[in-house]
Design a protein around this ligand. Structure first.
Ligand code: NBP
Length: 490
C-alpha cells in the first residue's frame, strides 16, 4: 500500500511525484490521459535508481485509490478551476471518512474554502497547498504552503517536510493556517514575485540606457549584487540571462534555431510580457482588504503595458518627452540603482506581508509572518537571503506593524534612501519608466508623513459632492462633521 497518491502528471505533478519517491516514500500516480502515467513511470526508472520502485503508475482512478494506505492522502496537481472540481467529483465517491485530499495548484483561496466545506460533509479533510518553485522546485524541493485542517496537515507533515526544499532554517514548509490560507500565502508570494521582477527589470533598464552598460558589464554587476544584500534566485538568474549568447533556442515544438554566438539572447527577446493571473489576484485582493500594494500593482500595470506592444508602437512616436541621457559617474549610478532596488524590495515585501496579515486577521488564520518568510528561503522563486532578516524582524516583534519600522530595515533605508531618491528623480528627468521604484518610494514617503494635507483635501471634496462627512483635528476621532460648503449645500 502506498503512503501517498498523486493525480495530475503534467509538469508539476510528474516532478513532485518523482521527488516524493526519491525521498523514500511509496507513491501511486495517476492522470486523466494515461500516456502521462507511462512517461512518469519511465522517468522514475531513469532518474530514481533504487527508489524507482517507490513509484507505481495507475490508469484507473479506482485502482489508484485502492492502492493507497488508509487514511489515504491524495494530492492533485491539475489546472486550477473546473478541473479541480472534476477531480473532487472523481475521488469523493472512492474516499472514506478520515482521508485527506490535497490540492497543490494555484487556486483562488475562496474556491478552496468552498471545496473544503464540501469535502468535510463527507468527513474528508481538504488541504489546499501552495507549491512554489516551478518545475525545478517540484523535482528537487519546493516551498510548500499548506492550509486547511490541522489534523490533515499532521498526517502529511512527515512526507512534505522531506519533500520540501531544505535550508539551514529548516524545511521550507509549515502549517500556514485554516482553509484557504495556503493558497492565499502562495498568491501573495507570486504578487511579490511580480514586484521583485519588475524592480530588477527597472534596474536593468536604467543601467543599460543611462549607464550605457553592455551585457557583459551588466552580468558582472548582477553577479556582484548577488553576493550581498540582494542575494536571491531572481538576481542570480538575471546575471545568467544577461550573459547568455543567442544559442540553444528552440521552437515550441522542440526544433533548434540556428544559433548566433555574436549576440545575446536577451537582446532578441520581444518586450511583450505575459502573466497568468496570480499577480492580478493579489492586487485585487489587496484592494478588497484595503491594504496598499503599490509595488505589486505597479508591476502588474507594467506587465499590461508591456503586453500592449502594438499600442506602444502607435503611441510612442506621438508622445513627447526627454530623449537625451545625461553623462553620469558610472560607479555611482550602479551603487544608486543597487540601493534603490533594495529599498524597493523592502517596500514590496512589507506590502505583501501586511496583506497576508490583514487577510489572516479577517479570517482568523493566525498566519505567522516570520514563518512565511522562513519557508520562502528556499525552493521558491522569491528565495532571497534577506528573508532571514525578515524572519528575525518578526522574531523581534511578532506584532510588527510594518517591516519599514523594524529597527534594522529602518536603518538600512535611512542610509540608502538618498540613492533611491536620486534614481527616481533621474528616471523622471530623463523620461525612463520606473513604476515600482517610484510607487514604493511614494509608499515610504506616505508612511513617513504623519500629516497628509492632500488626504484632508480629498475628504473635504468627498464631503462637498457627496456629504460623506469628515473628522476634525480639534475634535475627538470618530466624531463626524459636515460643512455647508456653499449656499446650495444643506
Ligand atoms: P497544468 O496547469 O498545465 O494542468 C495540466 C494537468 O491538469 C494535466 O494533468 C491535465 O490532464 C489535468 N487536467 C485538466 Br487540464 N483538466 C482536467 C480534468 N477535467 N480532470 C482531470 N485532470 C485534468 O499543469 P501544471 O503546469 O503541472 O500545473 C499544475 C498546477 O500547479 C496548476 O494549478 C498550476 O497553476 C500550479 N503551478 C504550476 C507551476 C508551473 O511552473 N507550471 C508552478 C507552481 C504552481 P491531461 O494530461 O489529461 O490533460
Amino acid at each position: 500500500m502506498a503512503e501517498f497518491g498523486l493525480y495530475g502528471l503534467a509538469v508539476m505533478g510528474q516532478n513532485f511525484a518523482l521527488n516524493v519517491a526519491e525521498k523514500g516514500f511509496s507513491i501511486s500516480v495517476c492522470n486523466r490521459s494515461p500516456s502521462k502515467v507511462d512517461t512518469c513511470v519511465e522517468r522514475a526508472e531513469k532518474e530514481l535508481g533504487e527508489n524507482a520502485s517507490n513509484l507505481k503508475g495507475y490508469k484507473d482512478p479506482a485502482e489508484f485509490i485502492k492502492s493507497l494506505a488508509k487514511p489515504r492522502k491524495v494530492m492533485f496537481l491539475v489546472k486550477a478551476g473546473a478541473p479541480v472540481d472534476a477531480c473532487i467529483d472523481l475521488f469523493l465517491e472512492h474516499l472514506e471518512e478520515g482521508d485527506v485530499l490535497i490540492d497543490g495548484g494555484n487556486e483562488w483561496f475562496e474556491n478552496s474554502v468552498r471545496r473544503g466545506e464540501r469535502c468535510s460533509e463527507k468527513g474528508i479533510m481538504y488541504l489546499a497547498m501552495g507549491v512554489s518553485g516551478g518545475e525545478e522546485g517540484a523535482r528537487n524541493g519546493p516551498s510548500l504552503m499548506p492550509g486547511g485542517p490541522r489534523e490533515a496537515y499532521d498526517l502529511i507533515k512527515p512526507i512534505i517536510e522531506k519533500v520540501a526544499a531544505q535550508t539551514e532554517a529548516g524545511p521550507c514548509t509549515t502549517y500556514i493556517g485554516g482553509p484557504g490560507s495556503g493558497n492565499y500565502v502562495k498568491m501573495v508570494h507570486n504578487g511579490i514575485e511580480y514586484s521583485d521582477m519588475e524592480g530588477i527589470g527597472e534596474a536593468y533598464t536604467i543601467l543599460k540606457h543611462v549607464g550605457g552598460l553592455d551585457n557583459e558589464e551588466l552580468a558582472k554587476v548582477f553577479s556582484e549584487w548577488n553576493k550581498a544584500e540582494l542575494d536571491s534566485f531572481l538576481i542570480e538568474i538575471t546575471a545568467k540571462i544577461l550573459a547568455k549568447r543567442d544559442t540553444d533556442v528552440y521552437t515550441d515544438g522542440g526544433e533548434k534555431l540556428e544559433g548566433n554566438e555574436s549576440r545575446y539572447v536577451l537582446d532578441m527577446v520581444l518586450d511583450r510580457t505575459g502573466s497568468k493571473g496570480t499577480g492580478r489576484m493579489t492586487v485585487q485582493s489587496a484592494a478588497e482588504h484595503g491594504v496598499a500594494a503599490g509595488g505589486m500593482s505597479a508591476a502588474l500595470d507594467a506587465r499590461y503595458i508591456a503586453s500592449d506592444k502594438d499600442a506602444r508602437g502607435i503611441m510612442a512616436p506621438m508622445l513627447d518627452g526627454p530623449t537625451q541621457m545625461p553623462e553620469l559617474d558610472k560607479e555611482q549610478l550602479i551603487q544608486d540603482v543597487r540601493n534603490a532596488l533594495y529599498c524597493t524590495k523592502i517596500c514590496s515585501y512589507a506590502q505583501g506581508l501586511n496583506l497576508i496579515r490583514e487577510a489572516s486577521r479577517q479570517r482568523d488564520w493566525n498566519v505567522d509572518l516570520g514563518e512565511c518568510s522562513r519557508i520562502w528561503l528556499g525552493g521558491c522563486i522569491i528565495r532571497a537571503k534577506f528573508l532571514h532578516r525578515i524572519k528575525e524582524a518578526y522574531d523581534r516583534d511578532p506584532d510588527l506593524a510594518n517591516l519599514l519600522i523594524d529597527s534594522e530595515f529602518k536603518e538600512e533605508i535611512a542610509t540608502k534612501q538618498k540613492s533611491w531618491r536620486r534614481v527616481v528623480s533621474l528616471c523622471a528627468a530623463v523620461g525612463l519608466p520606473a513604476p515600482s521604484m517610484m510607487a514604493c518610494l511614494s509608499y515610504y514617503d506616505q508612511y513617513r508623513r504623519e500629516t497628509l494635507p492632500g488626504a484632508a483635501l480629498v475628504q473635504a471634496q468627498r464631503d462637498f459632492f457627496g456629504s460623506h462627512t469628515f473628522e476634525r483635528k480639534d475634535k475627538p476621532r470618530g466624531e463626524m462633521y459636515h460643512c455647508r460648503w456653499t449656499d446650495k449645500h444643506f
